[in-house]
Design a protein around this ligand. Structure first.
Ligand SMILES: [Zn+2]
Ligand SMILES: [Zn+2]
Length: 185
C-alpha cells in the first residue's frame, strides 16, 4: 500500500466500539524538514491508532514511528535511527457538524517532538578534534597529547601566578607538595 497524504477519521462511520487505524503517511506530506539539516525523514510515518467516540469527543490513542537520517552533531558522520512515540493521546471535540477529524497535524507534531535536537551517532562518539578536524572515532590525532599538556601547563601557570600574588603560606606548601609529586611520576 503506498503511503497516504493525510489521515482523517470518518466520524459518522465510527460505531461504539471505535476503530483501529494502521498505515503509513508519506513524510513529504507532513513537511517534517527540521531546517537545520541535521535530521531529515528517511521513511514515511507508520501509525497504529485506536479512535473512539466518547460522548462529544473523539479520543485517539496509539503510537507512531519513522526512520530518520541524521548528521552527528559531534563527528558530522551520517547515520540513521528510528524514532517513535508510543504514547499518543489526543482528544478532539466533536461539534454537531463534524464529519471528519484530520489527525495529520497531530502525527506531524508528535514526530517532530521525537526528533533528537542534537543527534549523536552513538553515546561514546568522540567527535572531531577542535584543532585539526580529525574524526577521533577513527584514530587519535597527533595534536591530542600536546593539547592536553598545553592545557595543564596554562592552568599551572595561572595557579602559580595567583599564589605569588597572595603569598599564602599554605598555598606554597601545597605547591611544593605537588612539585614533589610530579618529579616522582
Ligand atoms: Zn558521531
Ligand atoms: Zn587534532
Amino acid at each position: 500500500m503506498p503511503p497516504q497524504a493525510r489521515l482523517t477519521v470518518d466520524v459518522a462511520r465510527l460505531d461504539g466500539a471505535g476503530e483501529r487505524l494502521t498505515g503509513e503517511i508519506a513524510a513529504a506530506a507532513l513537511d517534517l524538514g527540521a531546517g537545520d539539516g541535521l535530521v531529515e525523514p528517511a521513511s514515511g510515518v507508520a501509525y497504529d491508532l485506536r479512535v473512539e467516540r466518547i460522548g462529544d469527543e473523539l479520543l485517539v490513542r496509539g503510537s507512531a514511528a519513522m526512520e530518520i537520517a541524521c548528521v552527528c552533531s559531534r563527528c558530522a558522520e551520517s547515520f540513521r535511527m528510528r524514532v517513535a512515540e508510543p504514547g499518543i493521546v489526543a482528544v478532539y471535540p466533536l461539534a454537531g457538524e463534524t464529519d471528519f477529524v484530520d489527525l495529520t497535524p497531530e502525527l506531524r507534531e508528535v514526530m517532530i517532538l521525537s526528533f533528537p535536537r542534537y543527534p549523536v551517532c552513538r553515546e561514546t562518539c568522540r567527535g572531531l578534534c577542535q584543532r585539526c578536524g580529525a574524526n577521533l572515532n577513527r584514530a587519535a590525532c597527533r595534536c591530542t597529547a600536546r593539547d592536553t599538556d598545553d592545557r595543564w601547563g596554562a592552568l599551572d601557570a595561572l595557579a602559580a601566578g595567583r599564589k605569588k600574588r597572595t603569598g599564602d603560606a599554605a598555598a606554597g606548601r601545597r605547591a611544593g607538595k605537588r612539585a614533589g609529586n610530579s618529579t616522582n611520576t
